[in-house]
Design a protein around this ligand. Structure first.
Ligand code: NDP
Length: 250
């Protein structure tokens, strides 16, 4: 669905967001709309204001691309936000779990890029939503491996599409309060908090300003970048526990 235009940094830009029905995707849709973008919110779930699109479906992407060509002629931005987790560990994850998570978290963004690329002109911007799990080890192995793979896809796409003036960047959220983290065990939150230098969990509003910036012309010389938004969680490589243990000024 195309939303209303308001003055802002993304005035008139046509932007597709995947997984836009809830969580970070819904917040991105709101923020981009506020900045003047004509946002096409999509989701596998049927939700008000969202066009149905399963990111793993080539025919869904082809239909969306045809619709955008007809309605707008071009697309300025793509936010590959849809993602799924699966909390099996190395010793019990099944090949089908690996494949399913990879399909949504890696093949989905690839299909989005492939199908919308013909509608992108110089200045277009793609933002892939990675994870702090893409920068570290993390026990849900299917999810972790998929997000590392998404980094590889993003770096390659940034290199391949640069000569066409198309930018591709990754945002790596840390622990963000959404349905995805609400379903995690309480210990997951506690340890995340302990290991986060800024001492709090994130909200969807911590993510959206960076997504807006990367889609805007203010970021016109930024491509292939990976930016954690995680309160410092991935910055210390485990050294926070040492620092905390030796702290004398607490
Ligand atoms: P949510 O689970 O709250 O929202 C994800 C959305 O993606 C849902 O609306 C979901 O639909 C949709 N979705 C799932 N599969 C598909 C599909 N095949 N096609 C289209 N849409 C789909 O997650 P978040 O908002 O928390 O996560 C957004 C992104 O941020 C994800 O890529 C996630 O991996 C990443 N992330 C999240 C973190 C967090 O702490 N929350 C941390 C790091 C990264 P449905 O409702 O039907 O499942």
């Amino acid at each position: 669905m195309t939303r209303d235009i308001h003055p802002g940094r993304l005035l008139g830009k046509v932007v597709v967001v995947t997984g836009g029905a809830r969580g970070q995707g819904a917040a991105e849709v709101e923020a981009l709309t506020r900045e003047g973008a004509r946002v096409i919110a999509t989701d596998v779930a049927r939700a008000p204001g969202c066009r149905r699109l399963d990111v793993t479906s080539e025919s869904d992407w082809a239909e969306l691309a045809a619709e955008i060509r007809e309605a707008h002629g071009q697309v300025h931005g793509l936010v590959n936000n849809a993602g799924v987790t699966w909390r099996a560990r190395v010793d019990d994850v099944r090949p089908e779990d690996m494949a399913r998570v990879h399909a949504v978290n890696v093949t989905g963004p690839l299909l989005g890029i492939q199908h919308l690329l013909p509608l992108m002109r110089p200045g277009a911007s793609i933002v892939n939503i990675g994870s702090s799990a893409a920068l570290t080890a993390h026990y849900p192995v299917a999810y972790t491996a998929s997000k590392w793979a998404l980094r590889g896809l993003t770096k390659t796409a940034a290199m391949e599409l640069g000569h066409r003036g198309i930018r591709v960047n990754t945002v790596h959220p840390g622990f963000i309060e959404t349905d995805m983290t609400a379903s995690a065990a309480p210990a997951f939150r506690e340890v995340n908090l302990r290991e986060t230098p800024l001492g709090r969990t994130g909200t969807v509003d911590d993510i959206t300003p960076l997504v807006v910036f990367l889609l805007s012309d203010d970021a016109s010389f930024i491509t292939g970048a990976e930016i954690p938004v995680d309160g410092g969680f991935t910055a210390h490589g485990g050294a926070k526990a040492i620092s905390d243990a030796l702290r004398t000024d607490a």
